[in-house]
Design a protein around this ligand. Structure first.
Ligand code: AMP
Ligand code: MG
Length: 403
């Protein structure tokens, strides 16, 4: 049996980040950048107007001045290469190139027409030098870093890449995660529940947990039968980057997972982690390519051990920054205990808790604290860890992990 930190460290050491793939930027949202990229262009690409108005010389534009309106107009689009003559104002629109000779744009709201023919304007509100001009390179300069390796790609990042004319971006590929549930008692949702049977909750729950992290999940199910289990596991091992098995990894007479994995050539790196819920946990490697994780079958144990040990490896594969053995694949926060808590056991215990965010993240245990209790798990907000034999007092600050 090994400690939690050691377990996570060993799993992370055995997992590398996934291969790099170039994808169209439209497909990259939530992907992790696999390379650092520099700007190819200055942005704005050329000096342009940030307003609809008139390109002018600021020195000719004090309140009350009048200017003749030039015969030509510069709109957004092709640069007409116009020249602003002294004493003139040149009609211009947002995004249009600034004509030569102009050093400011006056908003159309700040002028009035002198005559009905609109051949001249009077300045109602003067303009400052450079006002309403977006200078070339004022946002991004060519060569400046626009994307860092390890950075998560947001919709706004995609906007930036597009503004640089980049059609594709390199991201770490998503891992194919094969989820294998086991057990004769399990039926899928939508099916008839016979006597002694239960619905398979781990399959859908783990699928969602994998997909929330960014992995691609596929579902398999094996009966508690050596032949059946072997063929399902063999298929899963040969067609994925991760295989996550739920159930059948304990020491019951029908727990065939460990021996079957060994038969199929999986090297067991360790078995059992000193944690509650979740002691019967196995980690192995197959053909130096696939990480194999066996989780306990009870849903709370399965979820907790997935989040503690398998999740970080998936995040590492995806190239996420700051993945470390110190962090499960859940976001941490700090809160204050609303009651005393005591762990009488000899293993660290993750409790399911409610968090009152309106009350300084006040933490109280919630629901049935047993490893089959899916209602308590689903309705809880977070997990809190109590070390073996630890007692904590109401009012103490603790770290929690959102679930
Ligand atoms: P096992 O680890 O196979 O001994 O299973 C431990 C407990 O978890 C048993 O009560 C199983 O019925 C239950 N269990 C195992 N797999 C699942 C699953 N996929 N969904 C819901 N409960 C499960
Ligand atoms: Mg079982």
């Amino acid at each position: 049996m090994i400690e939690e930190l050691e377990a996570r460290k060993r799993i992370l050491e055995s997992t590398s980040s996934g291969p790099v793939m170039w994808v169209p930027i439209s497909m990259a949202v939530d992907g992790v950048a696999a390379e650092t990229l520099g700007a190819r262009l200055d942005c704005p690409v050329f000096d342009n107007s940030s307003m609809d108005g008139y390109a002018v010389r600021a020195s000719e534009c004090r309140t009350g001045d009048t200017l003749n309106v030039a015969g030509q107009v510069q709109a957004a689009g092709p640069d007409l290469d116009l020249i602003l003559k002294p004493g003139e104002a040149l009609r211009i629109f947002t995004g249009a190139a600034i004509p030569r000779g102009a050093d400011a744009v006056i908003m159309q709201e700040d002028v009035e027409f002198v005559d009905d023919e609109r051949t001249a304007i009077r300045i109602v509100e003067g303009v400052e030098l450079a006002e309403n001009i977006r200078r070339r390179g004022s946002d991004v300069c060519e060569g400046q870093r626009i994307l860092s390796k390890g950075e998560r790609i947001k919709p706004t990042t995609i906007g930036l890449l597009a503004s640089q004319g980049l059609p594709n971006v390199p991201i770490f590929s998503r891992p194919m995660v094969n989820i294998v549930t086991t057990g004769d008692e399990l039926v899928e949702t939508g099916e008839w529940l016979g006597e002694g049977e239960i619905y398979n909750s781990n399959g859908p729950m783990l699928t969602a947990a994998v997909e929330r992290l960014g992995g691609i999940a596929a579902r398999f199910h094996a009966m508690d039968d050596r032949g059946h289990l072997r063929s399902v596991l063999e298929n899963a091992l040969h067609t994925g980057d991760f295989v996550i098995i739920a159930g059948g990894v304990s020491v019951g007479d029908r727990d065939f997972v460990k021996e079957t994995l060994t038969d199929l050539g999986v090297t067991t790196e360790f078995w059992r982690v000193n944690v509650k819920p979740g002691k019967p946990f196995v980690f192995g490697r197959f053909e130096d390519r696939v990480s194999v994780v066996g989780l306990p079958g009870n849903p709370v144990s399965a979820f907790v051990t997935f989040s503690m040990f398998a999740g970080p490896a998936i995040q590492k594969w995806l190239g996420k920054k700051d993945v470390s053995a110190d962090q499960p694949a859940l976001e941490s926060f700090s809160g204050v205990l609303g009651t005393d808590l005591e762990n009488r056991g000899d293993r660290p215990h993750y409790l399911r808790v409610k968090v009152d965010r309106e009350n300084g993240n006040r933490i109280t245990p919630f629901g049935v604290q047993q490893s089959h209790a899916v209602h308590g798990l689903a309705q809880a907000d977070a997990l809190v860890r109590l070390a073996a034999s630890e007692s904590l007092q109401s009012g103490q600050s603790v770290t929690g992990w959102w679930i």
